[in-house]
Design a protein around this ligand. Structure first.
Ligand code: ZN
Ligand code: CU
Length: 484
């Protein structure tokens, strides 16, 4: 049967996103949907792309981002993601979300990862969603609501303690409202100073709002170092208490004395997965990045500065070098640099690979888009998994790499009709060269765009073209759990 399409991508090596073996086919798109997969020799389109030998995959879903503000800033802000083939971002991670809270003074770290108080201007998730509708992003947005943002409002800034029952009830009500307005889950960052004061019971009381909608509980756990097993237990307990799926954020075993302990954490997660839904995201690097925390510095963990309010000129430098120049110890130097951000070289490559290879792993960048000198994961995560880990190291097949970025992630988050290539699915697509795809960003040159990503389409619109950069398309939508 001959079809008339808006777009046909011909003779592509198709990865279905579900882990099935690659196959050669033409893919036809009309409007925002895939309308045909197969031999479209008799069909024509307004635009035909000859893909011969190139890989066509569902657009990548970045399972862990801090793009709450970046999605409001137009195509230039999302170039870091579209140039990797990312078409959907999960925002609001680690307990940090732009809504629903208004702020009059600089937010406390790590909330300030998203910007200063002028960005915290959305009293409800509905206001945030309305802004996205009026001024759309090129990428699709899937939103979590952050515990820290809820706490600041409910506790009136007095967050160095557990919430009272009344305050927890207020947070629960605000979360329930946000879920009704299009948010999809609840995130915590129990590792971070004010939030670590929240006992498990407080988290359960707030998360209770998830039960009715089955929204996800997503967590940067209380501890990823010595107490990582207890933290996994706490996460599982919270999920069970309110009967919702849980996602462990950027799973890792942190600090030298815990290197190798993914042989303990992964079996614990496997065992739990038999009785409740639990998954995790991971980024493909042995260094993390967050705000600079002087009281948590260690001699055996090198630190690189990513931004500093009092000393912007020092972004990119090693803390040890700065300290030496100033004639200070690293902690005292760090005190002078805050508010600031940092990269911490605190993981073991063997753990990173073992965690990434696990069947439950989703790829999430955890990129920090407003850092002056960001961790290279912001620009490199997805091509690094495809090129370095799947193709070069053969850690897993390219089919499996794509599944960890698309179909598996869509299933976990309940993102309907995305993350796969089949008739009827949304036309979120990425065309890449499987022999050339690789990350080009490094700790020394962190914003170099990836190589081998040829074109990215979002809801049927071309959003990124290699060499030309971001197009003017702004076809992204708010995507809500289990909704068409
Ligand atoms: Zn985190
Ligand atoms: Cu994060």
């Amino acid at each position: 049967m001959a079809l008339r399409c808006d777009l046909i991508i011909r003779n592509a090596t198709v990865f279905d996103g579900l882990g099935g073996p690659r196959f050669t086919a033409d893919v036809g798109v009309n409007g925002d949907r895939i309308v045909a997969v197969g031999d479209l020799g008799a069909s024509e389109a307004d635009r035909e792309v000859y893909a011969d030998g190139m890989a066509l995959a569902p657009g990548f879903i970045d399972a862990h981002t801090h793009d709450d503000r970046a999605v409001l800033c137009g195509p230039a802000c999302m170039l870091c993601k579209m140039s990797q083939g990312v078409t959907t971002v999960v925002v609001g991670n680690c307990g940090i979300s732009l809504s629903p809270v208004r702020m009059k003074s600089r937010p406390v770290p790590p909330l300030d990862l998203l910007g200063d108080e002028t960005w915290f201007a959305f009293d409800s998730f509905a206001e945030y969603a309305e802004r996205l509708r009026r001024d759309p992003s090129p990428v699709n947005t899937y939103a979590l609501i952050g515990h820290m943002s809820l706490r600041i409002e409910a506790m009136n800034g007095d967050t160095q303690r557990g919430a009272t029952d009344r305050e927890a009830a207020h947070m629960q009500a605000r979360l329930r409202q946000a879920l009704a307005e299009g948010a999809s889950g609840f995130s915590t960052g129990l590792y971070y100073p004010p939030n670590m004061m929240a006992p498990t019971d407080e988290v359960i009381a707030v998360a209770e709002a998830l039960r009715a909608t089955g929204g996800l509980y997503v967590t940067h756990m209380r501890d990823e170092a010595n107490d990582v097993l207890q933290s996994i237990e706490e996460t599982l307990k919270i999920g069970k208490a309110v009967d919702v799926p849980v996602v462990i954020s950027h799973h890792k075993c942190s600090m030298p004395e815990n290197f190798g302990r993914s042989v303990e954490t992964l079996p614990l997660i496997d065992q739990a997965a038999a009785g409740q839904q639990v998954d995790f995201d991971v980024y493909p690097y042995a260094a993390g990045s967050t705000v600079l925390m002087p009281h948590r510095l260690r001699e055996d963990v090198p630190v690189q500065i990513t931004w500093s309010v009092p000393h912007p000129e020092l972004a990119g430098r090693m803390l040890a070098d700065i300290a030496k120049e100033w004639g200070l110890d690293p902690k005292a130097a760090a005190e002078r640099l805050v508010p600031a951000g940092a990269i911490y070289f605190q993981m073991d490559e063997t753990d990173v690979q073992r965690i990434m290879s696990h069947r439950l792993a989703m790829i999430g960048s955890d990129g920090l888009p407003h850092d002056a000198y960001p961790h290279p994961r912001l620009w490199g995560t997805f091509p690094r998994v495809l090129g370095h880990y799947a193709r070069d190291l053969k850690l897993f097949s390219l089919e499996e790499a794509v599944r960890k970025m698309t179909g598996h992630t869509a299933t976990v988050f309940g993102i309907v009709d995305r993350g796969m290539i089949r008739v009827g699915a949304y036309a979120d697509l990425v065309l890449f060269d499987p022999d050339k795809v690789r990350d080009a960003s490094t700790y020394d040159a962190p914003t170099r765009p990836a190589e081998g990503i040829l074109e990215t389409w979002i809801n049927g619109q071309s959003a990124y073209v290699f060499d030309a950069g971001a197009t003017k398309a702004r076809a992204g939508r708010l995507v809500t759990r289990n909704q068409l």
